[in-house]
Structure formats: C-alpha cells, structure tokens
Design a protein around this ligand. Structure first.
Ligand code: FUB
Length: 353
C-alpha cells in the first residue's frame, strides 16, 4: 500500500513537471520582463531629461487571500526605475516612498503616475485611507527617481484609483483617474461615496457605462482646478457605451497620449482583459471608441502606459510571466505603432503583432 502510494506520488510529480516544462516551452512571450529582482506592475513611464523613468506598483506577497475587491494587491511602497534607452537594463532607485510615510494612508498602494513642472517632480498614488476608501495622494521630489515626500492629505475631490497625468502642448495638465469593482469608482455618485456598495454596485447593464474621470490640475499640481468631469467613451453614433458592454467599456488603467493633434484615451476593459482606445478632439472627451490594440496578457489585470522617445512610440505593460500569480506581476515594454489612418496596430503579448 505504502509503495503504491509513493509510486503514485512520483508519477503525479513527474506528470506535473512534464506539464510545466511543456507549458514553458510552448508559451511564446512577445517580450521578456524588464525587472526580475522584485515584482513590478502598472508601469507608468515618462521621459524626463532624455531618460526613461518607470513608476510601477511594487507587488508583494502579503499573504492576503484573493478576492473580487483585489485585497490581495496589498502593496506597501514604490520603487522607481530608470533606463538610458529602450533595451537598456533598468536601474532600481530603491524605495521612493513607503506607506508608513503617507499620513492618511491605510492600505494598498496601487498604480501610481508621475509628472514634472517648474523644477519639481510629482508622484501621484492611489491608496485606501484609514476608512478603507481609495483616494489619490501627491508627493514631491527634486529628482525624478525620488525619494518623494507626501502631502498630509489626499488631493481634495479625488477618489478611486489609477491616476494618469497628461500634460498638453500648452502646459495644462489633466489627471485621468478611476477604476470600477475593487477600484470603488461605482460607489461615487455626484462626488459622494456610498459605503453600502449594494446601492451602487454596477446594476446598470442598460445604462451608460461608468466613465473614467478627468480633472484639470492647478498650477501647483497638487489640486484639482475646476470640476471633476466624466471622460465619456461613445460609439460611432455618439452614444455612450453601455454598462453591459464589457468588451468595450472603461474598467480601469487609463492613459492619454496625443498623436497627430488628436487625444488618444486608452484603458483596460478589466474583466474582458483588453486594452482599448478611443479618440477625441479635447482632453475632456468625449472619446469615440476605435477598438482594442492589445490582446489579453497572462494574468487577470492589464495596465499600460505609452511614451514617445527618439521618434518611436512604446507601450509599457505587465503580465505574470515570472510568477504565474495574479498579484505578482512583472513589467515589460514593446513598440507601439500608429497606422497611417491613425489606428493603432494590434499587439499580441504572446508573440505576433
Ligand atoms: O495594481 C493594482 C491594480 O491592478 C491597479 O490599480 C489596476 O490598474 C490593476 O492593474
């Protein structure tokens, strides 16, 4: 009996090993992880002083069980990385800010972004406050690599997650923010938070989908100037996409880049795992849905940023190649191409373009 059992165990282990080896041999990734010493995700990339800086989440295994609210994404600090050029090895600049140094923070430091103005670098970060409600904070530094010092309070009027700051040619900066489900955006109506999620949680298949938010930043980059608006994504007939349209509607992880004078609003469709894009003529939108431009990556979440350097465009994104675990991700980069008609060429994270 004993011999039979251990024989079975050996066969099972051998089969598992063979399966894993076969899997790693058959999965063909488009690109390899940029960082492997720590887990990194949600890469917001920027070019500052001719160098590429990546502002990612720092994924850790905090031992928190996985759930629909994303409690297992229990990150506690940020590391910033710089690269002299695409293809170079990223330099880890160490801890840029720790959750314990953010006076109002409770838990879960999620996807950050950064900006520069008048000699100061700004780090924008979502974190739950002590009442477990996400808001967006700001921290400053004289160096793009930090360390950053946080303001005492979150940005007034900010909520939810995934800040992405875009600076237009005239110097005006706008923050796009928000994410549904665990990002709590569905709980915010008319600027008020409903702690009873059952009242607001996504019961709106036939209603317009919840929109990402956009707000102009004040000249000190620490406040919203003017109202928080909806960055509405509409279909070809100008009608807002509906809540039930999970293949196309906004979920989280927005970004803005300008190409040929048009505003390209890009975002994750979350539970359908696409990166989609919509184009507008104003930073506030509306943005007309165009299609998807990246197929699902390995892992549940998909989150990106887009930069231009030396005449080429690049997309930074993440997957779970190194760990195989949803909450332990690794950042990657590949070229992004605009076609002559303004559309974006499809990217397949498993090989082809
Ligand atoms: O990293 C935590 C969350 O996962 C981000 O805020 C989302 O965009 C998703 O990538």
């Amino acid at each position: 009996m004993r011999i039979e059992k251990s024989g079975l165990l050996i066969i099972a282990m051998f089969t598992l090993l063979a399966n894993n080896t076969a899997k790693s041999q058959t999965v063909k990734y488009l690109t390899q992880p940029l960082v492997s010493k720590i887990y990194t995700a949600d890469p917001s990339a920027h070019v500052f002083n001719g160098k590429i800086y990546i502002y990612p989440s720092h994924d850790i295994d905090a031992g928190v069980p996985e759930n629909d609210n994303g409690d297992h994404f229990a990150m506690r600090d940020y590391h910033i990385f710089s690269l002299d050029s695409i293809g170079a090895t990223p330099v880890d600049h160490g801890v840029a800010i720790d959750i314990k140094d953010i006076p109002w923070a409770g838990r879960q430091l999620w996807a950050p972004d950064a900006a520069y103005k008048n000699g100061t670098y700004y780090l924008y970060f979502p974190v739950k406050d002590k009442q477990d409600v996400f808001h967006i904070g700001v921290a400053t530094s004289k160096s793009p690599a930090g360390p950053f010092k946080a303001e005492k309070e979150p940005i007034a009027g900010s909520y939810s997650i995934d800040p992405a700051v875009f600076t237009d040619n005239n110097g005006a900066s706008y923050m796009y923010f928000g994410g549904i489900w665990g990002g709590q955006l569905q709980r915010w109506q008319n600027g008020q938070y409903a702690s009873d999620g059952s009242k607001t949680d996504l019961h709106q298949d036939e209603a317009p989908a919840i929109s990402c938010r956009v707000a102009k930043l004040s000249s000190d980059m620490k406040h919203f100037e003017g109202p928080v608006k909806d960055a509405v994504v509409v279909d070809a007939n100008g009608k807002p996409l509906l809540g039930k349209d999970h293949d196309r509607r906004f979920f989280e992880g927005s970004w803005m880049h300008k190409f040929n004078g048009k505003y390209y609003f890009t975002y994750s469709t979350g539970d359908t795992h696409f990166l989609a894009y919509a184009i507008g003529t104003s930073p506030y939108g509306p943005f007309t849905y165009q299609g998807t431009f990246m197929k699902p990556v390995q892992g549940w979440t998909t989150h990106h940023s887009i930069i231009q350097i030396k005449g080429k465009w690049y997309i930074f994104y993440h997957d779970t190649q190194l760990s195989g675990k949803t909450h332990l991700r690794n950042v990657k980069v590949t070229e992004l191409r605009h076609n002559a008609d303004g559309s974006i060429e499809m990217i397949d994270p498993f090989g082809g373009k």
